[in-house]
Write a protein that binds this ligand. Structure first.
Ligand code: ADQ
Length: 460
């Protein structure tokens, strides 16, 4: 790569060794390439300081900045997670449009741009992550930065119709066009972005596929994110998940693992499991659902509602179907270490991944990587998870159709070994091939190509 690699994400991994696929992948490529990682420190400061704190990384530098309480509330909890998140997940009805939050969000992006502009050089390649920083390229350009600016949007690209609900919707195409490379998860997302530009006067798609808008030429492409599949498979085989759960010899296991977010479809999933138990006949196998759902963004009202609803439905299903020696739903509301989650996936006959809307969904890929190839479980996957484009061999369901999901559970729990293996072989090949290393390489190679082209064009 020519020039320095610069990564920007909301949080840097400053609390010890990184864990979790994306953070580890970014850490690995920075360790290999060298460079700098910018992000918030996780600390709250009494006043906003235009200064970074330097933290040593493993072969790279980290530059962090503190948010004030007002910035944390308006930028992070407010505009990013109570406006942009619901908007991009087709829940404009849940947007909390508080006056002042947009100004705070833009203010944090401007402040970061001002501070980064002092560091950046024209041949730097900057990789910015996620919806916290949608206007960052526009702010950096306003500071005179000419470096190559890449962006990756981890969540779905909003539909044109939904975007109209955003008061700042006219700025959105300008924010996107200020980057040089915009990475999206799926072809469906790329189609949504192209549709947005098609609806705008003055936007055009050039012969080489790039877009032109606002006097800028930029590329929008899909780069489906993957997981560190090999290490996940190794972790899965280290312990016996059935022992961890004290499962009876004949008991079958269904697993769900999600942050407790309204986009993940937990409520309908629990209803579907209840409907499956309802329709179960005496000689059908007895299956339990292990639902692991750690808390997330608890200060946001919509998240309190989904927590209450999840607890209400699981209590109801357990009340109806529990026996003296059996509780059908085990619901765990906390984070579980990866070394434990992996063997639990492997112990499960079914991976139930049923979001209403999801950028990719790494749990679907983790579940597949963790299976015993000789006796694999089956993935039930929502048609609205980005992962569906790469995983057609899963059993695909509509997460709004509770009856269909209950029927899918029955079918899958009775699925013959040959069919389970055929589906799993196909899914595993894709998960291993398109892993997280492949994702970082393809993104960074594309950004390097664009950087070289931009430098050459300037030299003409
Ligand atoms: P998320 O919405 O967080 O990510 P997902 O892709 O499923 O969704 O990743 C969740 C991660 O958290 C997985 O690695 C999972 O193992 C882990 N996890 C979940 N519950 C856990 C628990 N109880 N304890 C420990 N770990 C747990 C966003 C987008 C996704 C996109 C990713 C990556 O919403 O669509 O796939 O970014 O781009």
């Amino acid at each position: 790569m020519t020039g320095r690699l610069v990564v920007v994400s909301n949080r840097v991994p400053s609390d010890g060794p990184p864990s979790g696929g994306l953070v580890v992948a970014l850490h690995d490529c920075l360790t290999e390439e060298g460079g700098t990682w910018y992000g918030t420190s996780g600390r709250i400061a009494p006043t906003a300081q235009d200064e970074f704190t330097d933290v040593a990384g493993d072969g790279y530098d980290m530059r962090t900045f503190d948010l004030t309480q007002a910035e944390h509330d308006g930028y992070y909890l407010g505009y990013a997670n109570s406006v942009l998140w619901p908007l991009c997940h087709r829940r404009a009805d849940l947007m909390a449009l508080n006056s002042g939050d947009y100004d705070t969000y833009l203010g944090v992006n401007r402040r970061l741009a001002r501070m980064m502009a002092r560091d950046l050089k024209p041949d730097d390649q900057v990789w910015i992550h996620d919806y916290h920083f949608l206007p960052l390229a526009a702010c950096l350009r306003a500071e005179g930065v000419t470096a190559t600016l890449g962006y990756f949007h981890h969540i779905p690209f909003p539909a044109v119709h939904d975007l109209l609900a955003l008061p700042e919707h006219e700025l959105f195409p300008h924010w996107i066009a200020s980057f040089d490379l915009v990475g999206l998860q799926t072809q469906r997302d790329v189609a949504a972005a192209l549709e947005m530009y098609r609806s705008l006067a003055g936007a055009e798609q050039l012969r080489d596929g790039s877009l032109h808008y606002d006097n800028r030429t930029f590329e929008v492409r899909s780069f489906p994110i993957g997981i560190d599949a090999k290490s996940f498979a190794q972790a899965a085989a280290q312990r016996d998940g059935r022992d961890l759960l004290n499962l009876g010899a004949k008991e079958r296991l269904v697993i769900g693992v999600d942050r407790l977010d309204y986009s993940k479809g937990l409520d309908n999933r629990l209803r579907a499991f209840g409907a499956y138990l309802e329709a179960r006949e005496d000689n059908d196998p007895r299956a339990s659902l292990l639902q692991i759902a750690p808390p997330t963004r608890e200060e946001v009202a919509a998240y309190q509602n989904i927590r209450n609803e999840t607890e209400r439905i699981s209590g109801q299903v357990n009340g109806l179907h529990s026996d003296l020696d059996w509780t059908p739903i085990r619901y765990i509301h906390r984070a579980i270490p990866r070394e434990t989650i992996a063997p639990l996936y492997r112990a499960a006959d079914v991976g139930l991944v049923t979001p209403f809307c999801d950028g990719m969904n790494l749990v679907a890929k983790e579940y597949v990587a963790a299976q015993d190839p000789d006796d694999p479980g089956v993935l039930i996957l929502s048609q609205f998870a980005g992962a569906v484009e790469q995983m057609p061999s899963a059993v695909i369901v509509n997460p709004y159709d509770i009856g269909e999901m209950a029927q899918a559970l029955r079918t899958v729990l009775a699925m013959p070994l040959a069919e389970r293996r055929a589906r799993h072989d196909d899914l595993l090949a894709g998960v291993l091939r398109d892993d997280v290393g492949h994702w970082t390489r393809t993104y960074l190679d594309t950004m390097s190509r664009l950087a070289a082209k931009r430098l050459a064009d300037k030299g003409d």
